[in-house]
Design a protein around this ligand. Structure first.
Ligand code: B1M
Length: 212
């Protein structure tokens, strides 16, 4: 790992937003690609934050400031990860499900979808089933993408799907789901059309869903 990447990694662990901003910019000037910075530095740093939380060495405030620092880095990388495409492949509405406040993974998926040529409507975090249903009814989306990071909130994906069925809108869209606690088997078991384990897979899955 280059020296600047080590500094970024440590600054995310320490929640130092300004240091992340400075060294992500420097790393880019040094020719380190945005995807390397993302996959070798930013994401592994967040994984370590999670591990430290599990070990009881970090608490929610530390996770929160680390997430802010990560977002500062992502903000710089976003335009480099997204190369605007002329024609839209389709429209995706994405959100983190009800009760869940984690948005970094969802934001990354949104970035990769845009990069793949989709128009993305970001519904944010803590999105209730009613909001997803409203979007299907009013916004002519092709894909609904739901993210969940907690074992407790992944059930809200299934609840949203059931409510969509009850409201008669389920078959108007493709449903793609993802997030750390989810598996392809789970996605299939609840009747989702697509699943992806990470953001770049999510973009590929969305492209494939458009032709199914
Ligand atoms: Co929380 N948190 N957190 N947290 N947090 C986790 C998820 C946890 C695994 C930490 C741990 O214990 N190791 C654990 C969940 C345990 C579980 O349920 N299995 C946990 C917990 C317990 C909690 C709280 C309950 C803590 C508490 O209050 N006691 C609480 C819940 C709040 C709530 O949501 N109601 C909580 C709060 C928070 C913060 C708010 C402090 C903060 C989030 C800030 C933010 O997002 N703006 C936070 C953070 C930062 C984390 C960790 C450390 C990092 C998450 C992250 O951003 N990862 C996380 C530990 C970990 O992930 N190792 C943890 C980086 C990101 C790029 O990865 O989000 O996995 P990820 O996204 C990936 C894939 O999952 C996938 O692609 C992404 C990119 O490759 N993906 C999709 C995601 N969505 C997808 C959708 C798709 C397809 C792929 O299609 C639609």
């Amino acid at each position: 790992m280059a020296h600047s990447q080590e500094l970024i990694y440590k600054a995310i662990l320490d929640g130092e937003e300004e240091v992340v901003t400075e060294h992500v910019n420097l790393a880019i000037q040094q020719g380190i690609s945005a995807s390397r910075l993302l996959n070798e530095t930013l994401i592994p740093a967040m994984t370590e934050v999670g591990d430290l939380f599990e070990k009881g060495e970090y608490f929610v405030p530390e996770m929160l400031i680390a997430a802010r620092a990560m977002k500062a880095g992502l903000f710089i990388l976003k335009p480099l990860l997204v190369e605007a495409k002329a024609d839209s492949l389709g429209k995706v509405a994405i959100g983190t499900v009800k009760g869940d406040l984690h948005d970094i993974g969802k934001n990354l998926v949104a970035i990769m979808l845009e990069g793949a040529g989709f128009e993305v409507l970001d519904l944010g975090i803590d999105v209730p089933a009613e909001k997803f249903i409203q979007v299907v009814q009013e916004d002519h989306v092709d894909i609904i993408a739901m993210s969940a990071l907690l074992t407790t909130t992944m059930a809200n994906i299934e609840i949203t799907l059931r409510m969509m069925q009850e409201q008669g809108v389920r078959d108007r869209v493709k449903i793609m789901v993802g997030g750390a606690p989810l598996t392809r088997d789970y996605a299939e078991s609840i009747g989702a059309d697509g699943f992806a384990a990470d953001a770049s897979q999510a973009a590929k899955e969305a492209v494939s869903l458009m032709s199914r």
